[in-house]
Design a protein around this ligand. Structure first.
Ligand SMILES: NC(=O)c1ccc[n+]([C@@H]2O[C@H](COP(=O)([O-])OP(=O)(O)OC[C@H]3O[C@@H](n4cnc5c(N)ncnc54)[C@H](OP(=O)(O)O)[C@@H]3O)[C@@H](O)[C@H]2O)c1
Length: 308
């Protein structure tokens, strides 16, 4: 049995606590993964332009909803503006391309994927200079508030019901909130017991920004699967380490995006459970002994100020 929790966004909309992650899911796998997820009870799917699978995710949503007898409004769909689309004129293009690939009329949430602008028109999603350094967009000059201002205008078009950010530190949120007319509905960040993001969670709670946990299982080849505290708690409760990690994230008030292309895991990951206060506290303690960030691209600019 899933706890089937939802959280309220500052827009008034509800975001289902458990969403299917789709990073590194190949198109031919993710179509079935999304259908399996919807049939297993998931009502929240996370993708991104940069994952290169929006088309297959969109087909999975369409066919999954049909099979389950559901409608578009029954599922919460998030995608993300890629860093080569940060110029205001390109923001509109970014969402239009994503909507076309997904085959959707609107998104539930559109996020700025990273607070980093990369030079467009270089034929690459990750352009670099000849010396190997990142080709950061000089026209934006590190000012993500310009991009966010263009994203705010998307709300008027009805192409997305909410906007937000991803990989934003408290420092960058402070900068953003100085000029933002619309408080981001969500900040999506890496979050698991090795990186509990306690400072960021408190900050976001105080500002009315919902935090979503990405890489909640510890991503590919997760070190968390071997964490003895988690194994002990999972065994005691007759649950898996993944179910325990997902339950912990939800119990902290964050939505959570476990990724899988394995049908049995997709189904099992949706079955979260109530952790006892004692187990919850033990998981909170893990980072005092082992702290680790798993997704940390070298952007050539500081992104994770809260780690310093
Ligand atoms: N905003 C961002 O910058 C950002 C960055 C990273 C991730 N994300 C989002 O967050 C989602 C989740 O993060 P993630 O993909 O890095 O990693 P994750 O969900 O923490 O872990 C995925 C890995 O765990 C495996 N797994 C899934 N369920 C399992 C289970 N029950 N038992 C054991 N292993 C299991 C998966 O394998 P199989 O697939 O083979 O089953 C895969 O190798 C992404 O897919 C994406 O949607 C966002």
């Amino acid at each position: 049995m899933s706890l089937n929790k939802v959280f309220k966004l500052n827009t008034g909309a509800a975001i289902p606590a458990i969403g299917l992650g789709t990073w590194q899911s190949k198109p031919e796998e993710v179509y079935n993964a999304v259908k399996t997820a919807i049939n297993s009870g998931y009502r929240h799917i996370d993708t991104a332009y940069a994952y290169g699978n929006e088309d297959a995710v969109g087909r999975g949503i369409k066919d999954g909803l049909k099979e389950a007898g559901l409608k578009r409004e029954d599922v919460f769909v998030t995608t993300k503006l890629w860093s080569t689309f940060h110029r205001p004129a390109d923001v509109q293009k970014g969402i239009d391309e994503s909507l076309a690939s997904l085959g959707l009329e609107y998104l539930d949430l559109y996020l700025m994927h990273w607070p980093v602008a990369l030079t467009p028109g270089k034929g690459s999603l990750f352009p670099r200079h000849e010396d190997g350094t990142r080709d950061l967009d000089a026209e934006i000059n590190g000012d993500f508030t310009i991009t966010y201002g263009a994203m705010e205008k998307l709300l008027e078009s009805g192409k997305t019901k909410a906007i937000g950010v991803s990989n934003f530190s408290t420092h960058n949120l402070d900068v953003l909130l100085k000029s933002a007319k619309v408080i981001p509905a969500v900040n999506q960040v890496e979050l698991h017991p090795y990186l509990p993001q306690t400072k960021l969670l408190e900050y976001c709670n105080a500002k009315g920004i919902h935090l979503t946990a990405y890489s909640p299982l510890g991503s590919t080849d997760s070190p968390l699967q071997k964490e003895s505290v988690l194994i002990e708690i999972a065994e005691k409760n007759n649950k898996s380490v993944a179910q325990t990690l997902i339950s912990w994230a939800v119990q902290r008030g964050t939505s959570v995006l476990p990724k899988s292309v394995t049908p049995s895991r997709i189904e099992a990951n949706f079955q979260d459970y109530k952790l006892s206060d004692e187990d919850f506290a033990k998981i909170n303690e893990i980072s005092s002994k082992h702290s680790q960030r798993l997704v940390s691209p070298d952007w050539g600019v500081t992104v994770f100020h809260d780690d310093q």
